[in-house]
Write a protein that binds this ligand. Structure first.
Ligand code: ADP
Length: 495
């Protein structure tokens, strides 16, 4: 099959979150299964132009009543770790100075959501059709990711499905329903689509236009990034007001769990940790724990359990209940329990400040503020437990990394965490982690307490749990096959 990925992010070119990892890993895995995959991406200033090949001639893209002109640049997706990619996934960059000639992808710290984002990503979604015409390559599947590319499904359905695109179908992956691209209707003009399409395609959202909603209505097939999150998003609690639309589309909507990049996140060949290890020989894990304690200035003591946390510091990740000044559970956990807490994250400034303050007040809690790939690997390898008290979690990668590294996840019962972590059952001796239902400081405190109790009183069971987790297979190959089934079903329904 020929598959075109339309995305605003893909590693190593542009990344703000898990979406970027997913697009590249899925593309590689599909190519390894024998499919022909291209990625279309805007060219932001952060992407070094001198290393890309420019295609000849300018490309015109219809916008509003006129046309916008851009250039197209080309490269090849490198393999994981920047190695040469054997699978030859081609990447095309849409180079438009006015829309993408800036450093931020969606915004900057002073302007988190660029005012012209609806126009920028309308342009991007439209440009992919011109790109295909320019390179003479017509995909069977246009696979759009999140709201920035969602309009490509709308364009396919309402204005492009003819000639070379007559048999093309669209797939839309919703990575996080919390981001929908909701803007003033004034921006609709830029789509160049008639007002009938505004209503037929489902753009209407109160007084506003909702780009993700239109994508959900229009895509031939839809998914999100875990089966449990798919169920949750069809409820009022997790649906961010789109639960009704998702229920309406439920026969074409599914959850496919993200995989992890097992070349990069693999304790047997991780170059960021002092010594590789596996379930058969865990010595390297003890060394990683020692290195982690040293790096974070924690007492070097193998007997005390280390709890790790790596996160964007935002409400979605449960940081209010954990670190909220005066009510969060982190302080009483560190005060009452014989544990160590190693934290890496960046995000909301109140939370960064609170973490700095907790690090000074508590000898057994140390936080690093910032984004640090190497430290993330060291925390995954060197911790005994990994805490993810997420409010919602579409897929979640860190709990999968943790399981592979023999680090026991302590998670909230939500989203992809449910699909990947099995709760500990002392009586039957089963489970791979510890789980709680309510997102409250008490529930976090009690569940961490349960895990710490098991560490000190049920150590053989803890060691068994680690090994069970390390046996799990989260490779992308499994997930990519499910995407192929989704594509094939959509193709057969549409033709
Ligand atoms: P989300 O995409 O919602 O942030 P995921 O768990 O799906 O959450 O993926 C987050 C990814 O970003 C993980 O690979 C995680 O290790 C990484 N990450 C998050 N914050 C940091 C940080 N401060 N430093 C290094 N890596 C981070």
């Amino acid at each position: 099959m020929k598959i075109l990925m339309a995305s605003s992010e893909a590693v190593p070119f542009a990344k703000t979150g898990g979406l970027a990892d997913m697009v590249s890993s899925l593309s590689r895995a599909l190519a390894a299964l024998g499919h022909e995959v291209c990625i279309a991406l805007p060219r932001y200033y952060g992407i070094d132009k001198s290393r890309l090949k420019a295609l000849e001639g300018a490309m015109g893209v219809p916008m509003g009543g006129g046309e916008e002109w851009c250039a197209v640049l080309e490269s090849v997706l490198p393999g994981p770790n920047g190695k040469q990619n054997k699978n030859n996934v081609r990447v095309f960059f849409i180079d438009h100075e006015k829309f993408f000639g800036r450093d931020g992808i969606y915004g900057t710290p002073s302007e988190p959501d660029f005012l012209d984002n609806p126009r920028r990503f309308t342009f991007f979604s439209r440009s992919i059709f011109q790109l295909c015409r320019k390179i003479g390559w017509y995909p069977d599947i246009i696979h759009a990711h999140d709201w920035p590319a969602a309009l490509s499904a709308v364009y396919l359905k309402f204005s492009e499905r003819f000639n070379n695109f007559a048999k093309t179908v669209s797939a839309l992956t919703v990575h996080n329903l919390g981001y929908q691209g909701i803007y003033s209707r004034d921006n609709y003009y830029h789509t160049g689509l008639g007002w009938d399409v505004f209503y037929r395609a489902g753009f209407e959202d109160g007084n506003m236009m909702n780009m993700l909603r239109a994508g959900i209505y229009s895509a031939d097939t839809l998914n999100t990034v875990s089966p449990h999150y798919a169920e949750e998003t069809m409820t009022g609690e997790y649906g961010f007001r789109l639960d009704g639309v998702l229920r309406y589309r439920s026969s074409s909507y599914r959850g496919i769990l993200n995989g992890i990049d097992t070349d990069t996140w693999n304790p047997e060949k991780d170059s960021f940790i002092p010594c590789p290890y596996s379930a058969k020989n865990m010595e390297g894990k003890s060394k990683a724990k020692k290195a982690l304690q040293k790096e974070f200035g924690l007492e070097p003591n193998a007997d005390v359990p280390v709890i790790g946390l790596i996160s964007r510091l935002t409400g979605q990740k449960g940081v209010g209940e954990l670190f909220g000044p005066a009510y969060g559970s982190a302080y009483p956990i560190c005060r009452d329990m014989n544990i160590q807490f190693a934290i890496l994250g960046s995000g909301e400034s109140w939370c960064e400040n609170e973490l700095r303050s907790l690090s000074m007040r508590l000898p057994n809690l140390k936080a690093r503020i910032g984004y640090d790939e190497r430290l993330a690997h060291l925390i995954e390898a060197g911790s005994d437990f990994f805490l993810m008290p997420s409010r919602y979690e579409p897929s979640g990668l860190n709990q999968m990394y943790s399981l592979s590294y023999g680090t026991i996840p302590i998670v909230r019962n939500t989203g992809g965490l449910v699909d990947t972590v099995e709760n500990f059952n002392e009586a039957t001796g089963t489970g791979t982690g510890f789980m709680f239902n309510d997102l409250t400081p008490d529930a976090i405190y009690n569940t961490v307490g349960w895990a710490v109790w098991a560490w000190y009183n049920r150590r053989p069971q803890i060691e068994e749990m680690r090994k069970r987790g390390m046996k799990k297979d989260f490779s992308w190959e499994n997930s990519a096959k499910k995407y192929v089934i989704m594509y094939e079903e959509a193709v057969s329904k549409t033709q």
